[in-house]
Design a protein. Structure first.
Lengths: 114, 111
């Protein structure tokens, strides 16, 4: 059973436009959500996070939105740049014991075209 | 500052051979340590996690095992590799709940 779902395996966007990556989760115990960016043959790097007490967190060109009632979060990148081309993983964790472990989605490969 | 080292970067092993991947963390004490695997189309799958020396929890049944002989050392092993063990293996550590830092990964190809 997949607890964190990224239903779009790939996304292609023109440079300068907005990229929107989506993520859905099923476990209502999740209260902390993160986005990671991964280049080929490298480990993922942390991008941005949001806790369940917020519905929006912004860091430069990156904004994460959380809709708890829909169990949905999204990452917006504005404006998109070619260097943003990578695989983006959504991750979630809950509180206590193994719930604190990060559970990842399958990832969305973003291609930003010049 | 904290750093995480993982090696080797790439590995080609025959079916039935043993495996040992090592991960060490510097600059922190008593971290939570994790092994993830990225297989094609499968995302990042949590294999093992450890909250302390000698304490290992397995998330999925498999052909692999993990050990934590020292506070900042985490080892992924197998006695006999299968073709299905091929993938990209990532070690990670956390101190603050949820925020994980990853190593550079090991590309394992079982032939």
């Amino acid at each position: 059973d997949q607890q964190v779902k990224q239903n779009s395996p790939s996304l292609s966007v023109q440079e300068g436009r907005i990229s929107i990556l989506n993520c859905d989760y099923t476990n209502s115990m999740f209260d902390y959500f993160l986005w990671y960016k991964k280049y080929p043959a490298e480990g993922p790097t942390f991008l941005i996070s949001i806790s369940s007490i917020k519905d929006k967190n912004e860091d430069g060109r990156f904004t994460v939105f959380l809709n708890k009632s829909a169990k949905h979060l999204s990452l917006h990148i504005v404006p998109s740049q070619p260097g943003d081309s990578a695989v983006y993983f959504c991750a979630a964790s809950g509180y206590g014991g193994s719930q604190g472990n990060l559970i990842f989605g399958k990832g969305t490969k973003l291609s930003v075209k010049p | 500052s904290q750093t995480i080292h993982q090696w080797p970067a790439t590995l080609v092993q025959p079916v039935g051979s043993p495996l040992s991947l090592e991960c060490t963390v510097e600059g922190t004490s008593n971290p939570n340590l994790y092994w993830y695997r990225q297989a094609a189309g499968r995302g990042l799958q949590l294999l093992f996690y450890s909250v302390g020396i000698g304490q290992i929890s397995s998330e999925v049944p498999q052909n692999l095992s993990a050990s934590r002989p020292q506070d900042r050392q985490f080892i992924l092993s197998s006695k006999k590799l299968l073709l299905s063990d091929s993938g990209f293996y990532l070690c990670a550590w956390t101190q603050t709940r949820g925020l994980a830092f990853f190593g550079q990964g090991t590309r394992l190809t079982v032939v």
